[in-house]
Design a protein around this ligand. Sequence first.
Ligand SMILES: NC(=O)C1=CN([C@@H]2O[C@H](COP(=O)(O)OP(=O)(O)OC[C@H]3O[C@@H](n4cnc5c(N)ncnc54)[C@H](OP(=O)(O)O)[C@@H]3O)[C@@H](O)[C@H]2O)C=CC1
Ligand SMILES: O=CCCC(=O)O
Length: 289
Amino acid sequence: MEVGFLGLGIMGKAMSMNLLRNGFKVTVWNRTLAKCNELVAHGASVGETPAAVVKKCKITIAMLSDPAAALSVVFDKDGVLEQICSGKGYIDMSTVDAETSSKISEAIISNGGHFLEAPVSGSKQPAETGQLVILAAGEKALYDEAIPAFNVLGKKSFFLGQVGNGAKMKLVVNMIMGSMMNAFSEGLVLAEKCGLDSHSLLDVLDLGGMANPMFRGKGPAMLKTDFSPAFPLKHQQKDMRLALSLGDENAVSMPVAAAANEAFKKARSMGLGDLDFSAVYETVKITKQ
Ligand SMILES: NC(=O)C1=CN([C@@H]2O[C@H](COP(=O)(O)OP(=O)(O)OC[C@H]3O[C@@H](n4cnc5c(N)ncnc54)[C@H](OP(=O)(O)O)[C@@H]3O)[C@@H](O)[C@H]2O)C=CC1
Ligand SMILES: O=CCCC(=O)O
């Protein structure tokens, strides 16, 4: 199966590498074209533009930073729309809002193509090992066609119905995750300030009902001030912002998420946006001094 892949950031690189490892022919494109070189060394072909990739491939996947990037790659000059046509599928796996996804879907479909949104739960390591959770919505026939690729990329795929449902599910999940990360950071700082051993706190948490891979995986690194990016903080703040907007639309009061968003914004203003989202811990350390 020949697949196009647009966007070779932390996630896109890992996912396209995984497809190559599993026997897919992959044609890649990235805005900063030099990032394609490593994929080429592993057998990928390069498309000079998103349009060139779509022209070559029956199915093209995108994994881009945010709504502006997702729209630009489709609608701008040399974009996806120039070559999408009957029989071709476009799958956007970026985390965006439902409105962005619907706009892209309408344009693709009105040009004769097929569209699926398929944001993912899981980060860099699950992307490398094919353990993502895929939250797809849109055209069921394209979903069925993409299953061989999804089975390589993820451990479980959900088909959630109409376009927008995948985006909404992803934003709800990341809203919860961002709030949890803030509560976790406050707990770590409080434990330290009141004279407790932070590693003991991690052990206690890991043995109880709140045990989870995020605390287990990120906690020891946070205590060492290691914020090597798996999920960049600027993207987590984007997701909190989009989730809060979804809350506005649905008149859902979300004071916890709003406070978490403020902390991520503060972290961005401190220049921490490119670090892992666990670097929000640094903002709590400062405010508790
Ligand atoms: N990292 C993670 O753990 C997870 C991330 N996600 C989501 O996946 C998406 C990608 O995340 P991640 O790989 O971490 O992000 P990165 O920041 O590592 O990569 C972003 C990608 O988007 C491209 N890009 C940015 N702006 C534009 C633009 N205007 N036009 C074209 N391309 C653009 C970048 O190109 P260039 O190289 O040129 O800058 C790069 O390829 C995001 O929506 C994120 O929220 C979802 C699950 C987990
Ligand atoms: O969007 C990023 C999600 C990161 C994760 O699920 O660990």
